[in-house]
Write a protein that binds this ligand. Sequence first.
Ligand code: COA
Length: 169
Amino acid sequence: MKLILPHIQYKMSFLEALKEFHAEGIELQFDEKKINEDFDAFAEEYQARMRGVDPSKTVPDTLFWLIDNDTFIGRFSLRHTLNKRLEQYGGHIGYYIRPTKRGMGYATKGLALTLKEAKKLGLEKVLITCNEDNLGSQKVAKNNGGVLQDVIPSLENGKPLMRWWVTLH
Ligand SMILES: CC(C)(COP(=O)(O)OP(=O)(O)OC[C@H]1O[C@@H](n2cnc3c(N)ncnc32)[C@H](O)[C@@H]1OP(=O)(O)O)[C@@H](O)C(=O)NCCC(=O)NCCS
């Protein structure tokens, strides 16, 4: 299992996974047309964030793909720093595992790998947020040493949102 930057080698597997996400109503903000027509431009656009040149509202972040047995498993987004919004919603790391690969420990292992990348960036602790009713995500945070700070109303929908901190060793 490995965490990589988006790579054309896994394009087909990634596109299959996108269909699974769409089927459950999750839009991952990936431009499918661009992926098909110009993968390099797609990859560049996402990794530009890493260099802090994303002109939109976000902070620099790195987009990783979790790969196992040559298959796209999920994606992990590592924000290099927090802003006011991310402090309230989103935190440093967001993750999605494709529907057909859930319940197999992938999010737990993928988060562990992403935490190593966070440490390489010089972060000492990272914030992870999840909806209180997302039991799977709560466990993923706890499995990786997450300590609950508090539960606040989500900026997205006002529902209870948990904020977890993981200290990096
Ligand atoms: C939440 C999510 C990332 C979990 O991924 P996963 O690969 O299935 O997680 P894991 O297999 O590592 O499971 C971790 C733990 O959660 C439990 N779990 C997973 N899904 C669960 C669910 N729906 N309900 C209850 N427990 C669940 C597992 O049994 C496991 O428990 P254990 O540590 O006691 O063995 C995945 O369901 C997903 O991508 N959901 C949609 C996007 C999302 O919610 N992202 C998180 C936003 S904060």
